[in-house]
Ligand binder design. Sequence first.
Ligand code: GGG
Length: 351
Amino acid sequence: MTYDIAIIPGDGIGPEVIDAAWPLLGDAAAAAGFDLDGTRYEWGSRRYLEEGAMMPEDGTDRLESHDAILLGAVGHPDIPDHVTLRGLMLPIRKTFDQQVCKRPSVLFEGVESPLRGYGGGDIDFVVFRENTEGEYADIGGREHRGFDHELAVQTAVYTRAGTEAIVRAAFEEATARDGKLTNVTKSNAQAYGMVFWDEIVEEVSEEYPDVEVERLLVDAASMDLIRRPEEFDVVVASNLFGDILTDIGAIVSGSMGLAPSANVNVDGDYPSMFEPVHGSAPDITGQGVANPLATVLSGAMLFSHLGEDAAADALWDAVADQLADPDAPRTPDLGGEGGTEDVVADLRERL
Ligand code: GGG
């Protein structure tokens, strides 16, 4: 069996972590008895600066036939972030109806959390982030620029189909895990969209009587993910809230460099996309010190999505084994002096 993967290294440290991780994914595939065929798309900010667009007009058409997409990072200091994001990552998530964004936060053995008293295994939760609508809906506008009455409108959108999809996916995950789901909204202030969201959580919860549901406002959730992260199992949140909460999840688990993600098309009609949660990190680009582990773990999520659990587990175990070893190389974000390539070379041996 050969899987056809679209690879979009993107910007900044994106190409560094993708180039390092890709051969390792190939090793894991070969050991599990399947092959990977990667097609590289050099899309991103350099293309924008040279040609005026992050990807070609038919970019998503070209991606559609692939089994999955592996993305590095998006963002460039010379281009406004809303241009880069809306030129590449968001069109892919929306065109391929990748409604469910799954982002695990795990404190691995051997990794130091900035939180006092937390050790390996103490933090292990997963955020289900609605991924194609909510606060990321491309609906709004600006008028009367330059006048005192200049205005900007940004509309958040919550559909029954989109909200049910993410909520149901979160309940399914909670059923398979510890049976606890935390619903994060801001319904005291957002009395239409988020009250609607809460109602859908309530409705869907009736199908999952064994799942305990906790409700938190996003401000309290942000506090509690730092104060008592060990009590979270599955968290479900809107697009923007999910994005913010997963940065908290990554950092309490030791580093942004360890946080993977999956953008899933639930029906399987289109390819799903896998990417590290971190961005392009221009401050360390080109230094060879970017942590490749978030990309490796995103590769593990890609394998799970394809049904290749043995390869996924092998990658996950190799990362856990490396992090637990005090003599293993680690990148500066984890307090080490190792480089991207050192980490991957060590991982290839462990694999
Ligand atoms: N690794 C993908 C990346 O570059 N993420 C940075 C980012 O700004 N993401 C925004 C989002 O996920 O909504």
